[in-house]
Design a protein around this ligand. Structure first.
Ligand code: SAH
Length: 400
C-alpha cells in the first residue's frame, strides 16, 4: 500500500471530511493514476483512503475516512447502493434522475444520470477511471437498468491526464436480439421529453432544473404570462413549462441547432401548437439587444446560461457577463413580468449572484420583488462537509 504524507497542518481539510488534498499539501509519496493510497498526517496519523491523481492539482480524492474500510468492489457496491437508496427515499416523480452526484455521494468524480432504462455516466477523476468496470457492474446491479452509456467527454478529464471517451459500457441485446439505441424519452412534470445520451450535452439533459421548470409552469399561469422568452433553452424544457402555464407566444433562444430541433419537437409531442413556439438559433446576448432594438417586450424571461465562471478565479469576468444579460433582460420585461435568472457557476456564490442581479436591475432602471430563491433538485445534493458542491442558484423576480 502506497502512503501519502501531508505537510504539517495540511491534515485539517481531511479531518473535517473534506475529500480533496491539493498538490501543495503533499510532503511525500505518490502512486499510479487512480491507485488507492493511504493518506496520513506529517506524524503518521491515518486520515483517509484515497485515489491518487499524479497530474491533477487535486492530487488526492478521498474514498473513505474509516481506516477499517477496504476500497474494493464491495466498497463501490455499497456506495452506489446508498446513492440509489437515497434517491428512492426522495420519491422523485420522474424517470430522469441523477443517481450519483460525485463527492456528495462519496464517489468523487463520478456522475450518473438515469434516463428510463438507460444510465449515462461521466468518469471525471483518475480514481473513477481506474474502478470503471467495477462501478459499471455496481450501477447495473443497484438499478436493474441494463444499459450504461459513458459520456467521459468533459474537458476536466484533461486535468486528470485522461483522454475523452464515449460509448457503451453495458449494452446487452434486447429481447428481440436488437440493440438499444441511445435515444430515450423521459417523463418530467407530466411532460414527455426526449434526449440522446450520445449526442446531448453532458449526460444528455439538465435534470437539476426539473423542479424549477415545474415551478415556472405554475408561475406563468399565476402571473398570466402570455409572451415568454426562454434564453439558453437547450431542448426547451422551460418552453414546454411556459406552454403548460398558458403562454401563447414562446421563444427559445440557443446556439445549438440540434437542441432547438428537439425543443420544437417537444412542443408538439406534448400537445401544443407548433405555431405557439419559435426557436431562434442565435447568441443570447445579441438576441436580447436585437429585441430591445425592435421594441419587443415579454411577460416572462428565463436566463439559464452555461457556466460563465468554472472557478472563483474567473468570477470577475463572469460577473460582468451575468450582469450584462440580466440588465438586458430587465429592459425587455413588461411591468408585472417574471424573471427567472440562474447561475450554475461554482465560482459565483448565491450572495454574489444576488448582488450582480441587483446591479443589473439598477443599471436597467428597473426594480423588482424577490419572490423566491432557487437551487438544484434534491437528487443533486450537497453535503455539509463539501460546500464546493453547491453550484446552481437562481432568483425569481417580479418586475414592479
Ligand atoms: N435551460 C436548459 C439548460 C440550459 S444549458 C434546460 O432547462 O434544459 C445552457 C445552454 O446554453 C446550452 O443549451 C447551450 O447550447 C446554450 N448556449 C451556450 N452559450 C450560448 C450563447 N452564447 N447563446 C445562446 N445559447 C448558448
Amino acid at each position: 500500500m502506497k502512503v501519502i504524507t501531508l505537510r504539517e497542518g495540511k491534515e485539517r481539510a481531511l479531518l473535517r471530511r473534506h475529500p480533496w488534498v491539493f498538490q501543495g499539501s503533499v510532503a511525500k509519496g505518490g502512486g499510479d493514476a487512480g491507485e488507492t493510497v493511504r493518506v496520513q498526517s506529517h506524524d503518521g496519523q491515518f486520515l483517509a483512503w484515497a485515489a491518487f491523481s499524479p497530474s491533477s492539482q487535486i492530487r488526492v480524492r478521498a474514498w473513505s475516512f474509516d481506516e477499517a474500510e477496504r476500497i474494493d468492489a464491495a466498497f463501490f457496491q455499497r456506495r452506489v447502493q446508498q446513492a440509489v437508496a437515497v434517491r428512492q427515499r426522495l420519491a422523485i416523480d420522474s424517470d430522469g434522475i441523477r443517481l450519483v452526484h460525485g463527492e456528495a455521494d462519496g464517489l468523487p468524480g463520478l456522475i450518473v444520470d438515469q434516463y428510463g432504462d438507460l444510465l449515462s455516466a461521466q468518469f471525471l477523476s483518475a480514481g473513477t477511471e481506474r474502478w470503471k468496470d467495477v462501478i459499471a457492474d455496481a450501477l447495473v446491479a443497484a438499478t436493474g437498468c441494463p444499459y450504461l452509456y459513458e459520456r467521459s467527454d468533459a474537458s476536466v478529464r484533461a486535468l486528470e491526464g485522461l483522454a475523452q471517451v464515449t460509448g457503451w459500457l453495458r449494452h446487452p441485446e434486447t429481447a428481440d436480439g436488437a440493440r438499444r439505441s441511445t435515444e430515450v424519452t423521459i417523463h418530467e412534470n407530466g411532460w414527455r421529453l426526449t434526449l440522446d445520451v450520445a449526442e446531448g450535452h453532458k449526460t444528455g439533459y439538465y435534470l437539476d432544473q426539473r423542479d424549477n421548470r415545474g415551478l415556472f409552469a405554475k408561475l406563468v399561469r399565476q402571473f398570466n404570462c402570455k409572451t415568454v422568452l426562454n434564453c439558453y433553452s437547450y431542448t426547451g424544457g422551460f418552453s414546454v413549462a411556459a406552454l403548460e402555464g398558458g403562454a401563447t407566444e414562446v421563444t427559445s433562444v440557443d446556439s445549438s441547432a440540434p437542441a432547438l430541433a428537439r425543443a420544437n419537437a417537444h412542443v408538439t409531442l406534448n400537445g401544443y401548437e407548433a405555431g405557439a413556439h419559435t426557436a431562434l438559433d442565435a447568441d443570447v446576448n445579441s438576441s436580447l439587444r436585437a429585441f430591445i432594438q425592435a421594441g419587443r417586450t415579454f411577460d416572462a424571461i428565463v436566463l439559464d446560461p452555461p457556466k460563465f465562471a468554472p472557478s472563483a478565479a474567473h468570477a470577475d469576468r463572469a460577473s460582468r457577463a451575468y450582469k450584462d444579460i440580466n440588465r438586458l433582460a430587465f429592459k425587455l420585461l413588461n411591468p408585472g413580468g417574471l424573471l427567472l435568472t440562474f447561475s450554475c457557476s461554482g465560482g459565483i456564490g448565491a450572495e454574489l449572484f444576488h448582488k450582480i442581479v441587483a446591479g443589473a436591475g439598477l443599471d436597467a432602471g428597473v426594480d423588482g420583488y424577490l419572490l423566491k430563491r432557487l437551487e438544484a433538485t434534491p437528487d443533486h445534493p450537497t453535503t455539509i462537509t463539501f460546500p464546493e458542491g453547491e453550484y446552481l442558484k437562481g432568483l425569481v423576480i417580479v418586475r414592479k
